[in-house]
Design a protein around this ligand. Sequence first.
Ligand code: ADP
Length: 259
Amino acid sequence: LRAHLAPIIRNYDQIRGMVLIFTDITELRRLERLRSEFVSNVSHELKTPLTSIRGYVETLLEMELDDPSVIKCFLGVINRESQRLSRLIDDLLDLSRLEGKRHQKLTPTRLEKVVENVISILAPEAEKKGIDLLVDIPENLPRVMGIEEQLNQVLINLVDNGIKYTPANGKVSISAEPEGDWVILKVADTGIGIPEEDIDRIFERFYRVDKARSRQMGGTGLGLSIVKHIVKGHGGEIEVESEVGKGTIFKVKLKREKR
Ligand code: ADP
Protein backbone atom coordinates (compact mmCIF):
# COMPACT_ATOMS: atom_id res chain seq x y z
CA LEU A 1 0.00 0.00 0.00
CA ARG A 2 1.37 3.41 -0.89
CA ALA A 3 0.05 6.51 0.94
CA HIS A 4 0.05 10.00 -0.43
CA LEU A 5 -0.91 13.15 1.47
CA ALA A 6 -2.55 15.85 -0.65
CA PRO A 7 -3.59 19.27 0.67
CA ILE A 8 -6.95 20.74 -0.22
CA ILE A 9 -6.37 24.31 -1.22
CA ARG A 10 -9.26 26.69 -1.59
CA ASN A 11 -9.51 30.48 -1.43
CA TYR A 12 -6.25 32.38 -1.60
CA ASP A 13 -3.89 29.44 -1.09
CA GLN A 14 -5.21 28.69 2.34
CA ILE A 15 -4.93 25.04 3.25
CA ARG A 16 -8.39 23.92 4.33
CA GLY A 17 -7.70 20.27 4.98
CA MET A 18 -5.76 17.22 3.97
CA VAL A 19 -6.72 14.12 2.00
CA LEU A 20 -4.89 10.86 2.51
CA ILE A 21 -4.78 8.79 -0.69
CA PHE A 22 -3.98 5.07 -0.54
CA THR A 23 -2.90 3.19 -3.66
CA ASP A 24 -2.76 -0.58 -3.70
CA ILE A 25 0.60 -1.46 -5.22
CA THR A 26 0.56 -5.18 -4.45
CA GLU A 27 -0.87 -5.89 -7.93
CA LEU A 28 1.83 -3.71 -9.46
CA ARG A 29 4.52 -5.58 -7.55
CA ARG A 30 3.03 -8.91 -8.60
CA LEU A 31 3.11 -7.89 -12.27
CA GLU A 32 6.68 -6.68 -11.91
CA ARG A 33 7.68 -9.99 -10.35
CA LEU A 34 5.90 -11.99 -13.09
CA ARG A 35 7.62 -9.93 -15.73
CA SER A 36 11.06 -10.43 -14.32
CA GLU A 37 10.39 -14.16 -13.83
CA PHE A 38 9.33 -14.35 -17.48
CA VAL A 39 12.48 -12.62 -18.70
CA SER A 40 14.66 -14.95 -16.67
CA ASN A 41 12.73 -18.01 -17.95
CA VAL A 42 13.09 -16.83 -21.55
CA SER A 43 16.81 -16.27 -21.13
CA HIS A 44 17.23 -19.72 -19.66
CA GLU A 45 15.16 -21.36 -22.41
CA LEU A 46 17.16 -19.59 -25.13
CA LYS A 47 20.45 -20.40 -23.48
CA THR A 48 19.92 -24.14 -23.20
CA PRO A 49 19.88 -24.94 -26.94
CA LEU A 50 22.59 -22.36 -27.59
CA THR A 51 24.91 -23.91 -25.01
CA SER A 52 24.41 -27.28 -26.60
CA ILE A 53 25.04 -25.92 -30.12
CA ARG A 54 28.22 -24.19 -28.97
CA GLY A 55 29.46 -27.29 -27.22
CA TYR A 56 29.06 -29.44 -30.33
CA VAL A 57 30.52 -26.82 -32.66
CA GLU A 58 33.57 -26.35 -30.42
CA THR A 59 34.14 -30.09 -30.25
CA LEU A 60 33.83 -30.35 -34.04
CA LEU A 61 36.39 -27.55 -34.44
CA GLU A 62 38.85 -29.23 -32.12
CA MET A 63 38.60 -32.85 -33.13
CA GLU A 64 40.06 -34.81 -36.01
CA LEU A 65 37.37 -34.93 -38.68
CA ASP A 66 38.04 -38.47 -39.76
CA ASP A 67 34.86 -40.24 -38.77
CA PRO A 68 31.90 -39.10 -40.91
CA SER A 69 29.37 -40.90 -38.74
CA VAL A 70 30.43 -38.94 -35.62
CA ILE A 71 30.38 -35.67 -37.59
CA LYS A 72 26.93 -36.47 -38.89
CA CYS A 73 25.67 -37.26 -35.41
CA PHE A 74 27.00 -33.94 -34.05
CA LEU A 75 25.52 -32.00 -36.97
CA GLY A 76 22.21 -33.75 -36.28
CA VAL A 77 22.18 -32.41 -32.73
CA ILE A 78 23.13 -28.92 -33.90
CA ASN A 79 20.35 -29.03 -36.48
CA ARG A 80 17.75 -30.18 -33.94
CA GLU A 81 18.76 -27.60 -31.36
CA SER A 82 18.69 -24.74 -33.89
CA GLN A 83 15.21 -25.80 -34.94
CA ARG A 84 14.16 -25.70 -31.30
CA LEU A 85 15.60 -22.23 -30.99
CA SER A 86 13.60 -21.04 -34.01
CA ARG A 87 10.40 -22.58 -32.68
CA LEU A 88 10.97 -20.92 -29.33
CA ILE A 89 11.45 -17.53 -30.95
CA ASP A 90 8.36 -18.04 -33.16
CA ASP A 91 6.27 -18.94 -30.10
CA LEU A 92 7.58 -15.96 -28.14
CA LEU A 93 6.77 -13.63 -31.03
CA ASP A 94 3.28 -15.12 -31.30
CA LEU A 95 2.70 -14.58 -27.59
CA SER A 96 3.86 -11.00 -27.65
CA ARG A 97 1.78 -10.24 -30.77
CA LEU A 98 -1.28 -11.73 -29.07
CA GLU A 99 -0.67 -9.66 -25.96
CA GLY A 100 -0.63 -6.49 -28.01
CA LYS A 101 -4.03 -7.28 -29.47
CA ARG A 102 -7.09 -6.28 -27.49
CA HIS A 103 -10.67 -6.19 -28.73
CA GLN A 104 -10.03 -7.94 -32.00
CA LYS A 105 -12.74 -8.15 -34.59
CA LEU A 106 -14.23 -11.64 -34.69
CA THR A 107 -15.99 -12.79 -37.84
CA PRO A 108 -18.11 -15.89 -38.56
CA THR A 109 -15.61 -18.68 -39.24
CA ARG A 110 -16.12 -22.25 -40.43
CA LEU A 111 -14.41 -24.76 -38.16
CA GLU A 112 -14.55 -27.36 -40.96
CA LYS A 113 -12.02 -25.30 -42.87
CA VAL A 114 -9.78 -24.92 -39.82
CA VAL A 115 -9.90 -28.68 -39.18
CA GLU A 116 -9.17 -29.49 -42.83
CA ASN A 117 -6.17 -27.20 -42.79
CA VAL A 118 -4.78 -28.61 -39.56
CA ILE A 119 -5.21 -32.19 -40.78
CA SER A 120 -3.32 -31.41 -43.95
CA ILE A 121 -0.45 -29.98 -41.89
CA LEU A 122 -0.26 -32.67 -39.20
CA ALA A 123 -1.33 -35.87 -41.00
CA PRO A 124 2.25 -36.70 -42.08
CA GLU A 125 3.52 -36.37 -38.49
CA ALA A 126 0.72 -38.60 -37.19
CA GLU A 127 1.34 -41.16 -39.88
CA LYS A 128 5.05 -41.22 -39.18
CA LYS A 129 4.26 -42.16 -35.59
CA GLY A 130 1.53 -44.64 -36.51
CA ILE A 131 -1.20 -42.55 -34.92
CA ASP A 132 -4.74 -42.43 -36.31
CA LEU A 133 -6.03 -38.91 -36.79
CA LEU A 134 -9.84 -39.02 -36.65
CA VAL A 135 -12.38 -36.29 -37.38
CA ASP A 136 -16.03 -36.18 -36.35
CA ILE A 137 -17.85 -33.01 -37.32
CA PRO A 138 -21.60 -32.94 -37.94
CA GLU A 139 -23.02 -31.47 -41.11
CA ASN A 140 -24.41 -27.96 -40.66
CA LEU A 141 -22.14 -27.15 -37.74
CA PRO A 142 -22.81 -23.46 -36.92
CA ARG A 143 -19.98 -21.08 -37.68
CA VAL A 144 -18.06 -19.68 -34.73
CA MET A 145 -17.09 -16.07 -34.05
CA GLY A 146 -13.36 -16.00 -34.52
CA ILE A 147 -10.18 -15.27 -36.38
CA GLU A 148 -9.36 -18.14 -38.68
CA GLU A 149 -5.60 -17.87 -38.43
CA GLN A 150 -5.71 -17.92 -34.63
CA LEU A 151 -8.15 -20.82 -34.51
CA ASN A 152 -5.79 -22.70 -36.83
CA GLN A 153 -3.08 -22.17 -34.29
CA VAL A 154 -5.23 -23.35 -31.38
CA LEU A 155 -6.03 -26.58 -33.18
CA ILE A 156 -2.49 -27.11 -34.45
CA ASN A 157 -1.08 -26.77 -30.93
CA LEU A 158 -3.66 -29.11 -29.40
CA VAL A 159 -3.44 -31.78 -32.09
CA ASP A 160 0.34 -31.52 -32.20
CA ASN A 161 0.45 -32.13 -28.43
CA GLY A 162 -1.96 -35.04 -28.86
CA ILE A 163 0.44 -36.60 -31.37
CA LYS A 164 3.52 -35.78 -29.27
CA TYR A 165 2.19 -37.23 -26.04
CA THR A 166 0.54 -40.34 -27.48
CA PRO A 167 2.57 -43.51 -28.02
CA ALA A 168 2.64 -45.25 -31.40
CA ASN A 169 -0.60 -46.89 -32.57
CA GLY A 170 -2.74 -44.54 -30.50
CA LYS A 171 -5.49 -42.18 -31.63
CA VAL A 172 -6.05 -38.44 -31.75
CA SER A 173 -9.63 -37.36 -32.48
CA ILE A 174 -10.98 -33.96 -33.37
CA SER A 175 -14.69 -33.36 -32.94
CA ALA A 176 -17.08 -30.44 -32.70
CA GLU A 177 -20.69 -30.00 -31.68
CA PRO A 178 -23.09 -27.13 -31.00
CA GLU A 179 -24.22 -26.57 -27.41
CA GLY A 180 -26.57 -23.64 -26.76
CA ASP A 181 -24.82 -20.42 -27.74
CA TRP A 182 -21.51 -22.25 -28.07
CA VAL A 183 -19.68 -24.66 -30.29
CA ILE A 184 -17.51 -27.15 -28.41
CA LEU A 185 -14.33 -28.16 -30.19
CA LYS A 186 -12.69 -31.25 -28.69
CA VAL A 187 -9.28 -32.80 -29.15
CA ALA A 188 -8.99 -36.19 -27.48
CA ASP A 189 -6.03 -38.53 -27.42
CA THR A 190 -5.22 -41.97 -26.06
CA GLY A 191 -1.85 -40.82 -24.75
CA ILE A 192 0.14 -40.65 -21.54
CA GLY A 193 -2.29 -38.31 -19.76
CA ILE A 194 -1.54 -35.50 -17.31
CA PRO A 195 -1.22 -36.09 -13.54
CA GLU A 196 -3.91 -34.36 -11.48
CA GLU A 197 -1.42 -32.20 -9.58
CA ASP A 198 -0.12 -30.70 -12.85
CA ILE A 199 -3.42 -30.03 -14.61
CA ASP A 200 -3.90 -26.52 -13.21
CA ARG A 201 -0.44 -25.43 -14.30
CA ILE A 202 -0.13 -26.70 -17.88
CA PHE A 203 -1.35 -23.39 -19.34
CA GLU A 204 1.46 -21.46 -17.65
CA ARG A 205 4.33 -20.35 -19.83
CA PHE A 206 7.17 -22.88 -19.87
CA TYR A 207 5.37 -25.28 -17.55
CA ARG A 208 5.93 -28.92 -18.53
CA VAL A 209 4.98 -32.04 -16.68
CA ASP A 210 8.13 -33.79 -17.83
CA LYS A 211 10.81 -31.41 -19.04
CA ALA A 212 12.97 -34.11 -20.58
CA ARG A 213 10.09 -35.61 -22.52
CA SER A 214 8.83 -32.24 -23.78
CA ARG A 215 12.35 -31.37 -24.86
CA GLN A 216 12.84 -34.66 -26.60
CA MET A 217 9.56 -34.07 -28.46
CA GLY A 218 10.77 -30.65 -29.52
CA GLY A 219 8.34 -28.79 -27.21
CA THR A 220 8.82 -25.19 -26.14
CA GLY A 221 6.47 -25.18 -23.15
CA LEU A 222 4.57 -22.26 -24.72
CA GLY A 223 2.00 -24.06 -26.88
CA LEU A 224 -0.80 -24.20 -24.34
CA SER A 225 -0.27 -20.66 -23.08
CA ILE A 226 -0.69 -19.47 -26.67
CA VAL A 227 -3.87 -21.57 -26.94
CA LYS A 228 -5.25 -20.13 -23.71
CA HIS A 229 -4.48 -16.58 -24.80
CA ILE A 230 -6.27 -17.01 -28.11
CA VAL A 231 -9.31 -18.69 -26.56
CA LYS A 232 -9.58 -15.86 -24.02
CA GLY A 233 -9.32 -13.29 -26.81
CA HIS A 234 -12.24 -15.08 -28.48
CA GLY A 235 -14.39 -14.76 -25.33
CA GLY A 236 -14.25 -18.55 -25.03
CA GLU A 237 -13.18 -21.10 -22.47
CA ILE A 238 -10.85 -24.07 -22.36
CA GLU A 239 -11.12 -27.13 -20.14
CA VAL A 240 -9.07 -30.26 -19.81
CA GLU A 241 -9.84 -33.74 -18.54
CA SER A 242 -7.13 -36.32 -18.28
CA GLU A 243 -6.24 -39.68 -16.86
CA VAL A 244 -2.67 -40.86 -16.58
CA GLY A 245 -2.02 -43.75 -18.94
CA LYS A 246 -5.45 -43.38 -20.60
CA GLY A 247 -5.49 -40.06 -22.40
CA THR A 248 -6.44 -36.43 -22.43
CA ILE A 249 -9.37 -34.37 -23.73
CA PHE A 250 -9.12 -30.64 -24.36
CA LYS A 251 -12.48 -28.86 -24.80
CA VAL A 252 -12.56 -25.43 -26.35
CA LYS A 253 -15.81 -23.46 -26.07
CA LEU A 254 -16.28 -20.87 -28.80
CA LYS A 255 -19.19 -18.51 -29.36
CA ARG A 256 -21.38 -19.59 -32.23
CA GLU A 257 -22.56 -17.16 -34.88
CA LYS A 258 -25.79 -15.41 -33.79
CA ARG A 259 -28.88 -17.16 -35.11
P1 ADP B 1 5.21 -28.35 -24.77
O1 ADP B 1 5.90 -27.58 -25.82
O2 ADP B 1 6.12 -28.81 -23.66
O3 ADP B 1 4.36 -29.45 -25.32
P2 ADP B 1 2.70 -27.02 -24.02
O4 ADP B 1 2.47 -25.67 -23.45
O5 ADP B 1 2.07 -27.32 -25.33
O6 ADP B 1 4.27 -27.25 -24.03
O7 ADP B 1 2.18 -28.09 -22.96
C1 ADP B 1 2.61 -27.98 -21.61
C2 ADP B 1 2.76 -29.37 -20.99
O8 ADP B 1 1.47 -29.98 -20.83
C3 ADP B 1 3.56 -30.37 -21.83
O9 ADP B 1 4.94 -30.26 -21.59
C4 ADP B 1 3.01 -31.70 -21.35
O10 ADP B 1 3.64 -32.09 -20.15
C5 ADP B 1 1.54 -31.39 -21.02
N1 ADP B 1 0.62 -31.76 -22.13
C6 ADP B 1 0.08 -30.93 -23.05
N2 ADP B 1 -0.74 -31.61 -23.88
C7 ADP B 1 -0.73 -32.89 -23.47
C8 ADP B 1 -1.39 -34.09 -23.92
N3 ADP B 1 -2.22 -34.08 -24.96
N4 ADP B 1 -1.12 -35.24 -23.25
C9 ADP B 1 -0.29 -35.24 -22.19
N5 ADP B 1 0.37 -34.17 -21.71
C10 ADP B 1 0.15 -32.99 -22.35
